[in-house]
Write a protein that binds this ligand. Structure first.
Ligand code: OGA
Ligand code: FE
Length: 282
């Protein structure tokens, strides 16, 4: 199948934002019941809105990690199979660490997990072994969860010193096997996010601990972008947290998968991998 890269520059689609629980209780996603339960339990409400999403192919340079909170690059990976987690850790992790250090100028990059997503249109299940695209606007971390990650994944002897310097959490996301023709990833330009009004911490209840992510309230100012038919040799760095809060630097990027109305009939289903990094600077 050949797909022209000259499709319209903007699509209109529905995104799922956040509304708080009606009873005023603190919002949560409960995934403690594990894979068998299928969908996570949650107490917050969905808020669906039609938005425009701009295809920025051809002007990828208009967004950077420090301005918009995300940045596209073309860099092939040597590992291409992504069928076996142990192999991914042995082969894809080391090359990704070198790559993110090169692309960001960081002095140290530590991977704390990865997620492979394959769309399965006939299944609602979204368990750890069968992750699907995420059709909800979110940010993967909060300040509390980012700091907790440093303590969890780095030696106690290193963590305090690392926390005194600039650190970030960044996801390295790329399609697997073929371009992401369908259910691509939309990213929201940080310059259009009102961090105080739009971002809401939501507890993530695991069986053994609590984490925290951010859900996002609708704001008509949000400017959404994507890279249409993004290829396996392309990647996007998605900033989930930055400790540099003093000068307008992008702190994070709301993002979501979406149904692209310009996807050709019969396009193969999206597969992707995202690797999550703690990123440190000297
Ligand atoms: C992510 C993410 C969702 C998707 O990479 O953090 O939310 O649909 N991905 O790929
Ligand atoms: Fe995410």
């Amino acid at each position: 199948m050949t797909v022209p890269q000259d499709a319209p520059s903007t699509v209109t689609t529905e995104l799922v934002y956040y509304l708080p629980p009606l009873d005023g209780s603190a919002p949560y996603n409960d995934i403690s019941a594990g894979p068998a339960s299928g969908q996570p339990q949650r107490n917050w409400r969905e808020d669906r809105h039609q938005v425009e999403i701009e295809n920025i192919r051809g002007k990828e340079d208009s967004v950077t990690l420090d301005t918009a909170g995300f940045q596209f690059f073309r860099r092939a990976a040597t590992h291409k199979a992504f069928t076996n987690d142990a192999e991914v850790e042995r082969e894809y992790y080391p090359e990704s660490i070198e790559l993110i250090k090169e692309l960001t100028g960081a002095s140290r990059a530590v991977i704390f997990d990865h997620t492979i997503r394959r769309r399965r249109p006939d299944e609602t299940e979204d368990s750890p072994q069968k992750r699907q695209p995420v059709p909800q606007v979110h940010v993967d971390q909060t300040t509390a969860s980012a700091v907790a990650r440093v303590h969890r994944h780095l030696p106690p002897s290193d963590a305090p010193a690392l926390l005194r310097r600039r650190f970030q959490i960044i996801n390295l996301w790329r399609p697997i096997g073929k371009p992401a023709y369908e259910w691509p990833l939309a990213l929201c330009d940080f310059r259009t996010v009102d961090t105080k009004a739009d971002l809401v911490p939501v507890t993530l209840k695991y069986a053994d601990r609590n984490g925290e992510i951010m859900n996002v309230k609708y704001n008509p100012s949000h400017k959404w972008k994507y890279l249409k038919n993004m290829e396996p040799d392309e990647l996007v760095l998605i900033k989930c947290f930055d400790s540099k809060t003093d000068d307008g630097t992008a702190l994070c990027t709301p993002h979501t998968a979406f149904s692209d109305p310009t996807t050709p009939e019969g396009a193969p289903l999206r597969e992707s991998i995202e690797v999550r990094f703690l990123v440190f600077y000297d």
